[in-house]
Design a protein around this ligand. Structure first.
Ligand code: HSE
Length: 438
């Protein structure tokens, strides 16, 4: 049987990894897919740039629409990233009856509802395993392996660059700019690295995971997003003293009476003995808790050329295997067919209940701590530990760190507002949520 002809949009880090992997493992891939898979047409922004893969046998162009419009192709692999023109290209590929494999998390998180509607109408598949957690087959794990479970919660380190920066900066004492430059050189960071540092990339991925786990429409605008830029070396040290590690997590779980989910991305204190607390460098890990299976953990490289290509090729093989199936009988791309969506509400972050790490700069005078603990007491917030550190030379304020028991976010917001209004407290209170994921 002839090979399946594939068009590739983007010949950068992941694109070249995909070409190399398809070439190197071509025998295994053909055996597993039932047909050979050949990239025959590819679009790259700069045609004369040196590449990390051979382009022999591939027609190159700098016009991605030429690839999408090629009637000989059965599948388009979209690896150019960003929202536009990726959205237009993917819709055009679908509307002309081509299957699509993409690693584009921003595209799926923000335009996935529209894209899957088009795919359903045309009876084609849009596969996106590489969009979340790089080489970890987390989408297949939830969608297929855990499909008998009611998913209770999931939490993960889903941005390799932020985890790499947190690990290297705080545990190896390296400089922020140097670590970020290394992440960019290794092809981990986004084109705009503030997406990594401020949590936007993780929020894209969490939106997709939540949709698959809970069967809800993709709702990126409902994710509470905080990055790592306000975390200091001191926070890492104080947290360690209290028995915790700081990790940047994406979390979604049911809250309240059960008909509500909160999606949130923020730095989190985790007990230092827990597995997630020990996931370092560019590695990603996702914990998923199901009512039947209990807690499960998926660990692996979350970014990079061949780890991400591994997921792209897995999707290509799936798509080719599905050529013989009617669309309605395929494993659905999200956890639902569009006529069977869950109406579970995505709640605002105020519904979340966690413990908190609070750090503030307080005047070193009698009664100051009493004022702070009185405010917390008034909101029913009980304190688990207090640290008071030495002031910096010449400073008249001292760092005070409090660890609280669990309380609703909305109550904590009011307490922090009153603490920040005290004349004896300087500046903002740093708040990091504490989770015990077991
Ligand atoms: N910038 C992303 C990360 C790449 O660092 O995780 C993989 O999605």
């Amino acid at each position: 049987m002839n090979s399946v002809k594939v068009g590739l949009l983007g010949l950068g880090t992941v694109g070249s990894g995909t070409v190399n992997l398809l070439t190197r493992n071509s025998d295994e891939i053909t055996r597993r897919a039932g047909r050979g898979i050949s990239i025959v047409h590819a679009a790259a922004r700069h045609l004369d740039r040196a590449r990390n893969c051979s382009t022999e046998g591939i027609t190159l162009t700098n016009d991605p629409f030429e690839v999408v419009d090629n009637p000989e192709l059965e599948v388009i692999v979209e690896l150019i990233g960003g929202e536009e023109p990726a959205r237009e290209l993917v819709l055009r590929a679908i509307d002309s009856g081509k299957h699509v494999v993409t690693a584009n998390k921003a595209l799926i998180a923000k335009h996935g509802n529209e894209i899957f509607e088009h795919a359903r109408e045309r009876g084609v598949t849009v596969a996106f395993e590489a969009a979340v957690a790089g080489g970890i087959p987390i989408i297949k794990a939830i969608r297929e392996g855990l499909t008998g479970n009611r998913i209770e919660w999931l939490a993960g380190i889903i941005n390799g660059t932020a985890n790499f920066i947190l690990t290297e900066m705080f545990y190896e004492q390296r400089d922020f700019a140097e670590v970020l430059a290394e992440a960019q050189r290794l092809g981990y960071a986004e084109a705009d690295p503030t997406f990594d540092i401020e949590g936007v990339d993780a929020a894209h991925k969490l939106t997709i995971l939540a949709s698959i786990a809970f069967g809800i429409p993709l709702q990126f605008d409902k994710v509470h997003v905080e990055g790592i830029s306000h975390i200091t070396r001191d926070d890492v040290e104080y947290a360690e003293e209290l028995g915790y590690r700081i990790k940047h997590l994406g979390i979604c779980r049911h809250h309240g009476s059960g008909n509500g989910i909160v999606l949130r991305v923020h730095p989190t204190l985790l007990p230092s003995r827990q597995l997630l607390a020990n996931v370092n460098g560019v590695m990603n890990a996702v914990m998923v808790s199901g009512d039947a299976v209990g807690s499960t953990l998926y660990y692996g490289p979350g970014a990079g050329s061949e780890p991400t290509a591994s997921a792209v090729v897995a999707d290509l093989v799936d798509v080719v295997r599905e050529f013989n199936l009617e669309p309605e009988n395929r494993v659905p791309y999200l956890a639902f067919q569009s006529h069977a969506l869950s109406d579970e509400t995505v709640l605002a972050i105020g519904a979340v209940e966690t413990a908190y790490y609070l750090r503030m700069q307080a005047l070193d005078e009698p009664g100051v701590l009493a004022d702070v603990t009185r405010i917390l007491g008034n909101f029913g917030i009980s304190i688990e530990a207090i640290l008071q550190k030495q002031p910096a030379p010449e400073a008249d304020h001292v760092p005070v760190i409090l660890l609280t028991h669990r309380v609703k976010e909305s109550q904590m917001n009011q307490a922090i507002e009153q603490i920040e209004a005290l004349g004896s407290i300087q500046g903002r209170v740093t708040r990091i949520r504490v989770e015990n994921l077991e």
